[in-house]
Design a protein around this ligand. Structure first.
Ligand code: HEM
Length: 109
């Protein structure tokens, strides 16, 4: 909630109005990321907001990263032939205001 009249970029916000940041959009901001629509796992620097920012930065971030590393390592070790079982065009994102996620990811191995 804005405690006083202010402005963010070109948008005027009055005291008492709510502002809902959408991290999923921020992470594709072309003024921050070169090739913002491209999945680039080696992007450096990578100031994404997936784990939030500042004092409320996700306190489980290191745990979440470790979980994903273990899960992906085990998955690719056990299913070395793992591959997509759909065309990229057929993949659909969930209609979710806050998080970007696929409705499903068909795979085969
Ligand atoms: C990929 C997995 C995860 C993502 C994308 C994620 C994302 C986030 C984000 C965006 C915030 C900031 C919310 C805000 O600004 O209001 C947050 C906060 C938080 N997360 Fe996570 N999180 C993940 C996993 C976890 C895990 C595994 C834990 C605990 C084991 C955890 C515990 C927390 C806590 C306690 C906060 C609140 C921190 C605070 O407000 O001081 N998160 N998370």
């Amino acid at each position: 909630m804005a405690v006083r009249d202010t402005r963010i970029a070109a948008t005027r916000i009055r005291a008492g109005e709510a502002v809902i940041p959408v991290n999923a959009c921020a992470n594709r901001d072309p003024s921050v990321f070169a090739g913002a629509e491209t999945l680039d796992l080696a992007r450096r620097p990578n100031p994404h907001l997936a784990f939030g920012f500042g004092v409320h930065h996700c306190s489980g971030a290191a745990f979440a990263r470790l979980q994903l590393q273990v899960a992906l390592r085990v998955l690719t070790r056990n299913c070395p032939q793992l591959r997509l079982a759909a065309t990229l065009e057929a993949l659909r994102c969930r209609r979710d205001f806050a998080f970007r996620a696929l409705e499903s990811l068909p795979v085969t191995w």
